[in-house]
Design a protein around this ligand. Structure first.
Ligand code: ATP
Length: 237
């Protein structure tokens, strides 16, 4: 039997900022229910790949497929509507609105059946008692939770998590790790850009390493867990 079509397949993707070639042939696949980590040194192209997947940067070569359908070069709003949804460290939340209103906004434009706001509090217990609190008054970790919750409310096909541990204290990094793990157990499909190798090793099934705009290596996350030092070079390649 042929292997099932992955949810997301990226083949030979290239993109530039003007004359700066930031992606030069990135290829990866994320299967249904898989959590895949994207690793690599600063400037290796991870954020650019996420931007290109969301339609904010037009690829000059290569292909992006969602559930087998070619979506290369579609606009950001069409890509979002198809279910590729980015979570970017709480930066795009509405700070002067409450937690619950931010979560509801996540559902505003969805075209598929999705969860109720109440269901989010099972994933993010600290938000339950803060549901009426304005988002700008929350801690960084709590804002990250609202951002993840809002993305889930849009009924995504795949979540793109951009540095979920970025700027958080170690205790909160662990908390975010537990949440990502719970999402995985609930069958969510995720691509996770992460500098924190320990977190990536803990939550991912597989990983890819980027260098100078290309995916240069891939493997099972079990290898990261067994010998993280062997992969520390991913950040200095
Ligand atoms: P980091 O881990 O530091 O976020 P990254 O792996 O996400 O790094 P990118 O931010 O994708 O890397 O950067 C890839 C390349 O594109 C780098 O050489 C960077 O300098 C360049 N680049 C990124 N954003 C821009 C931009 N807006 N204009 C021009 N060049 C850019």
């Amino acid at each position: 039997m042929a292997a099932p079509e992955p949810v997301l397949r990226v083949s030979g993707l290239a993109a530039s900022y003007g004359k700066v070639a930031a992606l030069r042939g990135a290829s990866l696949a994320v299967g249904a229910g898989e959590a895949v980590a994207l690793l690599g040194a600063n400037g290796s192209g991870k954020t650019t790949l996420i931007k290109a997947l969301c339609g904010f940067l037009s690829p000059s070569a290569g292909e992006v497929r969602l559930d087998g359908a070619d979506i290369t070069g579609l606009s950001p709003h069409r890509i979002f509507a198809l279910g590729i949804v980015q979570v970017s460290q709480g930066r795009d939340l509405f700070g002067s609105l409450s937690v619950i209103d931010n979560l509801r906004l996540g559902a505003a434009r969805r075209r598929r059946p999705g969860p109720e706001v109440e269901e989010m509090f099972a994933y993010f217990p600290p938000l339950r008692e803060r549901r009426r609190q304005l988002v700008y008054t929350l801690s960084g970790g709590e804002q990250q939770m609202v951002a993840m919750g809002r993305a889930l409310m849009s009924a995504p096909r795949i979540l793109l998590l951009d540095e979920p541990s970025g700027g958080l204290a170690p205790r909160l990094v662990e908390e975010i790790g537990r949440i990502i793990d719970a999402l995985k157990k609930a069958g969510r499909t995720m691509l996770l850009v992460e500098q924190n190798l320990k977190l990536a090793a803990m939550v991912a099934d597989r990983f890819y390493i980027m260098r100078a705009g290309e995916t240069v290596a891939e493997g099972e996350a079990a290898a990261l867990r067994e010998d993280p030092k062997a992969f520390a070079h991913a950040y200095y390649l």
